[in-house]
Ligand binder design. Structure first.
Ligand code: SAM
Length: 376
């Protein structure tokens, strides 16, 4: 059973779980009594997980040592799936998908068209937020893999049941458009009132295609005519954006805006407050070290001369003078102070981590209102 569509407390046999080993290592595992989840640290029995609350930490003793290894068993979410899914293509990451969903008002009334499906990363996020997702993929194998995955995850269907709201169609949307008819290769189930053709009436469009400008002319047939329709094209190159803009203008799309999401991770920590006195003391310290060094060198030189002349005046002191290195100094060298040590003054700062995982592309947004007259 999948956990994408409902929240649950306890891990049950048959559940698809996501096992968190580390931030960059999350694995999808279906719980089966008697089986083990094997890692290089050792085997974690599924029986230790079944019946426990989601989020539980499971520990085992590591092979050949007395230490413990830990994993956490998590309930799948679109965000975690994006981090753990098998990559069949480049994917859209959460910094982009969350922004697009929010910006296009993708809520319970959204009827979304997505092309192409790719690895289904964004499809899972749309499936959670939207009323309905029509996704299209022209690559046969990717189409079949995504179809199976959506079935396994319980999101495939025509929204007769909560969460089962995704249909996938095998189609080249640039060549053949978005209309879904009987005899097409599609998971769409035709109801009585749509025996021949699916009623798509999309109000949110997302195109992650190499040539979105070839698909844009085909949208007119399937977008809602009595409400504002939002569109977003996801393109890595500015030349693609340029060609997309031309098509948008030609086919009556307005409110065009291009955005790039640059995800950054901020780490907050404390930094020691250094005063002018600290700086002066440090300078004095350096100066005294320098003087000590000069004195010591002079002394060593004299000793060497005296030794070579056979004179021993009994004043030899070859011990290095104490350099004060063991003392704390706030400018780097010296002993380390634990962050937040109450002996010192601290201020809260943030440090920008390297860019977080995101397939950075340009997001071109536009909107269209087909019927501009007000309804009576
Ligand atoms: N957004 C997806 C995700 O988050 O996993 C990734 C999409 S991937 C970059 C682009 C996909 O579009 C590929 O799987 C490709 O086969 C498909 N594609 C390219 N041109 C297409 C077309 N004309 N019609 C339908 N699918 C197309």
């Amino acid at each position: 059973m999948t956990c994408f569509t409902e929240y649950k407390d306890l891990i049950q046999e048959g559940d698809l779980t996501l096992i968190w080993i580390s931030r960059n290592n999350i694995r999808a595992v279906v719980m089966k009594a008697g089986e083990n989840f094997n890692t290089r640290y050792g085997s974690f029995p599924h029986n230790d997980m079944i019946g426990k609350p989601y989020g539980s930490q499971i520990a085992i003793r590591t092979k050949g040592s007395n230490k413990f290894a830990f994993i956490h068993v998590l309930q799948p979410t679109p965000e975690l799936w994006t981090l753990s899914l098998p990559h069949r293509t480049q994917i859209v990451y959460t910094p982009d998908s969350s922004y697009i969903i929010e910006r296009m008002n993708c809520g319970p009334n959204a009827r979304v068209i997505e092309a192409g499906t790719g690895s289904g990363s964004f499809s899972h996020a749309f499936a959670r937020s939207a009323q309905k997702l029509f996704t299209y993929e022209f690559h046969q194998v990717r189409y079949e893999q995504a179809l199976e995955e959506f079935k396994d995850h319980g999101i495939l269907g025509d929204a007769s049941k909560y969460g089962e709201n995704v249909t996938i169609t095998h189609r080249d949307v640039c060549e053949n458009g978005f209309r879904i008819k009987q005899n097409d290769t599609t998971s769409f189930e035709f109801g009585e009132d749509e025996e021949i053709e699916a009623k798509i009436n999309a109000n949110v469009i997302f195109l992650d295609l190499p040539a979105p400008w070839d698909a844009i002319p085909n949208l007119n047939d399937v977008i809602a005519s009595d409400e504002k329709v939002g569109l977003c094209c996801f393109s890595p190159c500015i030349e693609q954006v340029d060609k997309t803009l031309e098509a948008l203008e030609k086919y009556g799309w307005t409110d065009v805006e291009m955005v790039e999401v640059q995800g950054k991770q901020y780490e907050s920590r404390r930094q020691m407050v250094r005063t002018l006195d600290d700086a002066l003391n440090r300078l004095k310290d350096i100066k005294s070290h320098k003087l000590e060094g000069v004195e010591r060198r002079k002394r060593l030189l004299n000793e060497t001369i005296n030794e070579s002349c056979g004179i021993d005046d009994g004043s030899v002191d070859d011990k290095r003078p104490s350099t004060g290195k063991t003392k704390f100094n706030p400018f780097g060298k010296g002993f380390r102070v634990k962050e937040g040590d109450k002996e010192f003054k601290w201020k809260d700062v943030t440090k920008v981590e390297s860019e977080i995982k995101s397939h950075t592309s340009y997001l071109t947004f536009a909107s269209k209102i087909v019927k501009k007259d007000r309804l009576a």
